[in-house]
Design a protein around this ligand. Structure first.
Ligand SMILES: [Zn+2]
Length: 991
């Protein structure tokens, strides 16, 4: 991560010609420590942006405008297929080779409604250019084999592959991926709004592919789409990091040699504006046992300004933040307080990734007959705001949020370069200025000036773009118990009709093609082909580990860890309370305590006033529940962790806010309590289908260790069932609930349970330490920590029925903790299985979107998982065969070297400053020292095929007995699986 506060000196001048590129512009952005270069390749017209800074995690990405003309998903299927191989790299799956055998810190591809982007990142220069070289060749010169199209897109096959009298069906990775997406209510809602708000543009089609239309795509159309849109002329290269611009341009010149200008009209046309509002009704699937009342979502959306009108775009974003961004937002509050629905619709907010910006707001957990009331309430509230204006603190608070988030160095699952790339594309893709949206501090300054000159600035945005804007869509998404069964029945009918229309020889051809595809997938790569890929050797990898600066101290006798790290003027405070001895019957209430206490009133302020204080003075208040096994596997730790972050100037206020919440948090407002419980219930519910594999893993793992049990109880299906029950019985139990939560609060928030973690630079640290001491003095203490509560663990193989067209299959085994000699080989084996056997048999041959393995020494579990999977029984067979295979076959030296490099790459993923401080705290709870980590890393680097085989055969032979299976799938698919499974799954409904 970057540590300086100045931008690099320019190394090229505007107008210069470098390696066939003309430098169009050089701009220094000191506020974000970047020097930006915009250039164009003279021969092909390829456009290039380089953001030069001192971040060593360099990012390389190629993007194309790819507006679709139908919903066959051609951009998405291409996105998967180009990465398979090229003439220079004639493998069947180059992407997987790069994924497993390089030090990439990020490698992926994204299909958007109007663009396709291929980003790679690495912290090692040689590795970075290896990756960029291969990616560019794949994208510009892919082989696009017929087999790849069939595998990634769609193909016909028989349910019993060799038997032409068995059922005819369709498979394909994108096909199954999209079936999963079409089972998620949130994804469907988003899609319906987009398609109907922009009916005369490419946005009326699904670039990802509608499962009903994917099978219509032909191989010729697929290749033609590549020819038309994947030319350097239609390409945008976005580069970021500390490698000098001239190096990039020299590299790109080599990559673009031999290409000419190919003109294609890829411009995305704007939607013509409506003269009057419109509406749409649609349905999403729910389980047969679910109730249908209070399950509808009602949204109102507007088509607003062009993305290239940057000034308006930012004002819209800020206005949206004021309206609905916090509990103090007047539109959010009006909707929640109305009681017309349970909580805000998850698609609420501004959508910037389209040519014209959309704003959506609505409620879920409502009924269709309330749609017009909700619409009227939204419009009336906005109208009133145009007259009354916004609360001044709310405006200040929202501007503070933008300032904070523009300043914070974030490296979550994406490199920071990806965040900047996204901001750049909002304008660049539509031929606007690519640098306009980058300099957040300056943008906020300008908005403050405008607001000063025109106090009604934000009211006018509301008037112009919402109240007086007739391009408005009312969308109503109703639950349906039958739509999925109907879809499946219609599909079956279509397939049997298709089958009846085919002659014997035609059916035989389908069998032959499918069998040829399976054979192609099963064949090993051409000998020596993988050796063509540029790669690093293990000897190039450092044997050192990266450590987090840590000092130990005590604040008013409370143990504290202090991490002096460059955080760009932001300070982070974690307050971790030991919850290991909380009584068993109160454990499931802990997540509710976190949710409620951080979102309600405190110290005489009501919840709205607290929300305003939080947006004005902090970058957010959060809580997290976490449990883990100590390094030696003998003890466990369980913590409730509160976190607050703030700019230096606000540290004192921010710590005061969290003190008020913890010490004087007041949960007695019943209405607010009910609303927050509904919000938690709905968000847990909505996360089941998109992360079905995580839910299945938790369910299966919960009987294997205490940390895994707690994880499931706090974040899994048990928690969902628990919150559901609380929400259903709220009126009867609210008094008792408040008593329990208040009791829990008084038990948890105690001085002797606390440990403090501080992450900031030296100025921030001294400010935080002062304030934290005040906080500790406010906490009550006396009494120690009791014996841990230990629940009974009973392993059961379960099938959980969910309304989804695809399945999620988990098999979890008990595994040792960190210090065990098996932990290193298991860590390597889980990588090896993920990118090897499971990838090949579950994804490539099985057609599932994903197949993977995870070893977690902190919960003592080893998991085999599938994601958006068309099968259950076959996948469980693959798991058994995988364990058997890896216990009997020695990995080749070449394979192992790749796995080792990939494993080290996964350990070396860069972290942002706040995560570095956080992980140091978690390591401390676990008892994991830097010496342990160094030993762990070096044991990975020294792994041999013999050691790996010995460990696999030892572990899988004995651990297989502990394996627990959990499958999340539709009732029908679970029943069908149970016909042949032994032991059978105990089938239950989700809630
Ligand atoms: Zn995909």
């Amino acid at each position: 991560m970057t540590a300086s506060t100045r931008c690099p000196a320019p190394t090229l001048a505007t107008g210069a010609e470098v390696c066939g590129f003309r430098i169009l512009r050089v701009e220094q952005l000191p506020e974000i420590r970047i020097t930006a270069y915009e250039s164009e390749h003279e021969k092909t017209g390829a456009k290039v942006i380089h953001l030069h800074c001192d971040d060593r995690e360099n990012l390389y990405s190629i993007g194309f405008r790819t507006p679709p003309a139908d919903s066959t998903g051609v951009p998405h299927i291409l996105e998967h297929s180009v990465l398979a191989g090229s003439d220079r790299y004639p493998l069947k799956d180059v992407f997987n080779e790069l994924l497993r055998g390089t030090l990439q810190t990020f490698i992926n591809a994204f299909t958007y409604p109007d663009k396709t982007i291929y980003p790679v990142a690495s912290q090692v220069k040689a590795d970075f250019f290896n990756l960029a070289r291969v990616y560019t060749d794949l994208v510009l010169r892919p082989r696009l084999l017929k087999e790849t199209f069939s595998q990634e897109g769609h193909h016909l096959e028989f349910s019993n592959p060799e038997d032409t009298s068995s059922e005819l069906t369709i498979s394909g990775i994108v096909y199954n991926e999209m079936k999963g997406a079409y089972s998620s209510p949130d994804a469907l809602m988003y899609k319906i709004i987009q398609e109907n708000l922009y009916p005369d543009t490419p946005y009326s089609f699904d670039s990802g592919g509608n499962p009903d239309e994917i099978p219509l795509l032909t191989y010729e159309q697929f290749k033609a789409f590549h020819r038309a849109y994947y030319s350097p002329t239609n390409a945008r290269f976005f580069l970021y990091g500390d490698i000098p611009t001239a190096d990039h341009l020299a590299f790109l010149a080599e990559m673009l040699a031999g290409f000419d200008r190919v003109e294609v009209d890829s411009t995305v046309k704007s939607q013509a504006r409506w003269q009057k509002p419109s509406s749409i009704h649609d349905a999403y699937p729910i389980g047969r046992e679910d109730k249908t009342t209070e399950k509808t979502a009602v949204n109102v959306s507007w088509l607003t300004a062009e993305n290239t009108d940057y000034a308006t775009a930012v004002l819209l974003q800020i206005t949206s933040g004021m309206l609905v961004g916090s509990a103090a937002g007047p539109l959010r509050k009006a909707l929640i307080d109305s009681g017309l629905g349970e909580d805000l619709s998850p698609v609420t907010g501004v959508e910037r990734d389209l040519k014209q910006i959309a704003f959506t707001v609505g409620l879920r957990g409502t009924d269709p007959d309330k749609a017009s009331l909700i619409e009227a309430l939204i419009i009336d509230t906005l109208k009133n705001l145009t007259e009354s204006g916004f609360d001044r603190d709310l405006i200040e608070g929202t501007l503070h949020q933008v300032e904070f988030h523009g300043k914070e160095i974030i490296r979550s699952t994406y490199p920071y370069g990806i965040v900047l790339m996204g901001r750049s594309y909002h304008t660049w893709l539509y031929d606007g200025d690519p640098l306009e949206g980058l300099n957040f501090p300056r943008i906020i300054e300008e908005i403050r000036k405008k607001w000063k000159a025109r106090p009604d600035l934000f009211q006018e945005i509301v008037r112009k773009w919402f109240v007086d804007n007739p391009h408005r869509l009312l969308s109503v998404m109703e639950p349906s118990k039958t739509c999925q069964a109907e879809q499946e029945a219609a599909f079956k009918k279509k397939m049997s009709r298709l089958k009846a229309s085919l002659s014997g020889p035609e059916l035989e051809n389908i069998r032959k093609d499918a069998s040829a595809l399976k054979k192609f997938q099963a064949e090993p790569e051409i000998p020596g082909a993988a050796a063509i890929l540029p790669k690093l050797s293990i000897s190039n990898i450092t044997r050192e580990i990266e450590t987090v600066p840590t000092a130990k101290a005590a604040i008013e006798n409370v143990p504290a860890m202090i991490h002096d790290i460059f955080t760009n003027g932001i300070a982070y405070l974690d307050l971790a309370f030991d919850v290991s001895d909380m009584p068993e019957d109160l454990q499931p209430y802990l997540p509710l305590l976190g949710k409620l206490i951080t979102n309600m009133g405190a110290a005489g302020f009501n919840y709205e006033e607290m929300a305003k204080r939080i947006v004005l003075k902090t970058g957010g208040v959060g809580y997290h529940l976490s449990a883990g096994m100590a390094v030696d596997g003998k003890k466990n730790w369980q913590k409730m962790i509160f976190r607050i972050k703030a700019l230096h100037r606000n540290i004192r206020d921010a710590v005061n806010i969290i003190s008020d919440i913890l010490v004087a948090g007041d949960m007695s407002n019943e209405t607010r309590m009910r609303d927050l419980i509904a919000e938690r219930k709905n968000s847990l519910h909505a996360s089941v289908v998109p992360s079905g594999h995580a839910f299945a893993r938790r369910t299966a793992a919960s009987s294997l260790s205490l940390p895994a049990y707690r994880d499931e109880q706090w974040h899994g299906r048990s928690q969902l069932k628990f919150v559901n029950r609380i929400a259903d019985q709220f009126n009867e139990i609210k008094g008792e609930l408040l008593d329990k939560l208040t009791l829990l609060q008084s038990m948890v928030i105690r001085k002797e349970r606390l440990s403090i973690n501080v992450t900031a630079d030296s100025e921030g640290i001294s400010l935080l330490l002062e304030s934290a001491a005040d906080l500790v003095r406010r906490l009550s203490g006396n009494g120690g920590i009791g014996n841990p509560s230990i629940p009974a663990l009973t392993p059961i193989h379960t099938g959980i029925s969910i309304p989804a067209q695809v399945s999620y299959v988990a098999k979890v085994l008990s595994a040792p903790a960190y210090a065990d000699p098996l932990s290193v080989p298991l860590f390597v084996l889980s990588r090896q299985l993920s990118s090897g056997y499971l990838y090949k048999h579950i994804r490539v041959q099985g057609g599932a979107y994903g197949g993977m393995s995870q070893y977690d020494p902190m919960s003592g579990t080893f998991a085999l998982l599938s994601y958006r999977d068309p099968s259950i029984v076959n996948t469980l067979n693959v798991y058994r065969e995988a364990m058997d295979f890896i216990s009997r076959n020695k990995t080749s030296g070449e394979e192992l070297e790749k796995t080792i490099i990939g494993t080290i790459g996964s350990l070396d993923k860069p972290m942002d400053p706040s995560s570095r401080g956080y992980i140091a705290m978690i390591r401390d709870f676990t008892g994991l020292t830097d010496e342990d980590r160094l030993k762990f890393r070096n044991s990975i680097l020294d792994m041999t095929p013999e050691l790996l085989l010995e460990a696999a055969s030892r572990y899988f032979t004995s651990a297989a007995d502990s394996a627990v299976v959990s499958v999340y799938a539709s009732q029908e698919n679970l029943q069908k699986a149970n016909e042949s499974l032994e032991p059978k799954l105990n089938v239950e409904t989700l809630t």
